[in-house]
Design a protein around this ligand. Structure first.
Ligand SMILES: [Fe+2]
Ligand SMILES: [Fe+2]
Length: 180
């Protein structure tokens, strides 16, 4: 399925994989704050989790398939690529467990650990991994990878996952995977 793009702008970095990843992190970080905050009601945390789970999936799978695969081919970044994979697996496990947890307190504990894990993971990506990757990569290559990343997001959606439209800072620029 082709990615639909309605922006009239054609800025190169619009498709830079690093920028796309950073943009995906923004809503995840907002939901994490709610999920780990026990001052929020159970309902508020449950609603945040319901949004978080598909949003994380549609971010994590393409990140693994495009960015981490690329990193694992680079001597210096190989270990960090694996570390990313491992953390994604742990997050996925916690999500699956939380989905089938009936006890509210056990659910709260699992979701708090999940939120803290992904928060730490995102921090490492933003403070360490992405800046390192940016240093060793050419802007053109990152744009090519960004296009692949968007295609991989479309494929993740086609696999039957929930739809989460991407909205950029520019109100008129919405890249939203077409559905059905
Ligand atoms: Fe990640
Ligand atoms: Fe990420």
């Amino acid at each position: 399925m082709a990615t639909k793009k309605t922006s009239t702008k054609n800025k190169k970095n619009e498709f830079d994989i690093v920028d796309l990843i950073l943009q995906d992190h923004i809503p995840l970080k907002g939901l994490i704050k709610i999920m780990k905050n026990l001052d929020k009601t159970l309902d508020e945390r449950k609603q945040a989790f319901e949004k978080f789970a598909p949003l994380l999936l549609i971010h994590a799978k393409p990140e693994e398939q495009i960015l981490y695969v690329h990193m694992k081919r680079d001597k210096k970044l190989r270990m960090e690529g694996f570390e990313g994979d491992v953390e994604h697996v742990l997050a996925e496990q916690l999500i699956d467990e939380a989905k089938t947890t009936a006890d509210d307190e056990l659910w709260s504990a699992r979701v708090k650990v999940l939120a803290e894990l992904v928060e730490h993971h995102i921090e490492e990506e933003e403070d360490d991994l992405l800046p390192k990757f940016k240093k060793i990569s050419a802007a053109e290559d990152r744009v090519g990878m960004g296009i692949e990343y968007l295609d991989a997001q479309d494929n993740t959606l086609e696999d039957g996952n929930e739809v989460v439209p991407r909205k950029s800072e520019d109100e008129n620029s919405i890249v939203s995977p077409a559905l059905n």
